[in-house]
Design a protein around this ligand. Structure first.
Ligand code: FAD
Length: 289
């Protein structure tokens, strides 16, 4: 199933998962996959380490398992620390497994890992994949600017290059303020970016996530969000329920504003994914009916 074609028929609802650590057997995620596939998302994407490491064979196995379960998989593929030969080998493996959908990424620059220099930007990878197979290729986008970019204008111009190279739809970085997504979507349209854009939603359901949000994520935190997190940070159950409720209210507002799709960062937590799916799937079903 080519994911791009889905957007013509419906508002897409997808999940993201990450592979278990290299030291854990891949099977530890199978129960999670069973529970997530019961929720019948349009596709499940699987992250892939940019570091040239470790659990990437798990990522391929998990994508195959998703396919065997009758759900469309999307494999993330960062390029900055890989050579053309390494990417070609991965693409061959992906083809062999019948995986048709890729999220082409640059990957974060890690000061401890010198880049391989075969690919500088995700758009280079998009072009390379186009020349080496029949894949549907998605790209990432940043409603609040990619941290390496000097300005939103520069970042959107670069995004346009990725789309022109062949990215057929985009998945956004997580955000908590829908207004930033709407402003970004409008600017992207003005720049002639007409491909569907899925909104990336991360339910914040535990204290560790709050700390990570504050120190690393760079997403702006609306007062409403900060109030909820401050009030419930020491009450795990209330925090979980409040985080789920916040994500649901974000999604409903996005649906009402005609979003092309919702990509849920599940953090491998099927309970949270189920609560959110149950709350929004009826609305999504009728969205383009
Ligand atoms: P690019 O599109 O290459 O952009 C990176 C920077 O370069 C931007 O500032 C952009 O403005 C600039 N730029 C782009 N093209 C040009 C050009 N032609 N000329 C000049 N400047 C340019 N990382 C992982 O390692 N594994 C994952 O599985 C993973 N999954 C992700 C999923 C999503 C939905 C998102 C949003 C991110 C994910 N990431 C993942 C993180 C991602 O790799 C980083 O955010 C990385 O820093 C940028 O990747 P990109 O593909 O957006 O890069």
């Amino acid at each position: 199933m080519n994911i791009r074609t889905l957007f013509d028929k419906k508002t897409v609802f997808s999940f993201e998962i990450f592979p278990p650590k290299k030291t854990s057997p891949v099977e530890v995620i199978y129960n999670t996959l069973d529970e997530l596939s019961d929720l019948t998302p349009d596709f499940i994407s699987v992250t892939f380490s940019a570091g040239g490491s470790s659990n990437n064979s798990h990522a391929l196995e998990i994508a195959s398992r998703i396919k065997d379960m009758g759900i469309t998989p999307m494999l993330h593929l960062p390029c900055i620390n890989y050579t053309k030969e390494e990417i070609t080998a991965t693409l061959e493996e992906v083809k062999k497994r019948g995986i048709e959908n890729l999220l082409a990424l640059r990957g974060d620059i890690n000061p401890d890992i010198p880049p391989k220099n075969d690919f500088r930007y995700a758009s280079d990878l998009v072009e390379f994949i186009k020349q080496n197979g029949e894949f549907d290729i998605a790209g990432a986008c940043y409603p609040e600017i990619h941290p390496d970019a000097d300005s939103m204008i520069e970042d959107i111009r670069n995004l346009r290059k990725k789309v022109d190279a062949g990215a057929s739809h985009l998945i956004s970085q997580l955000f908590f303020d829908n207004e930033s997504f709407y402003a970004f979507r409008e600017k992207a349209m003005l720049a002639g970016i007409e491909v569907p854009i899925e909104a990336g939603i991360m339910p914040v359901v535990n204290k560790k996530q709050i700390e990570r949000m504050v120190t690393t994520c760079g997403a702006s935190l609306p007062q409403k969000f900060v109030r909820i997190m401050t009030k419930y940070e020491h009450n795990p159950e209330a925090l979980r329920d409040a985080g789920i409720a916040y994500a649901i209210s974000q999604i409903i507002d996005l649906l009402a504003s005609g979003v092309d799709g919702i990509h849920l960062y599940t953090m491998n937590n099927p309970y949270v994914a189920r609560k959110i799916s149950e709350a929004v799937s009826g609305i999504i079903k009728h969205d383009k009916a």
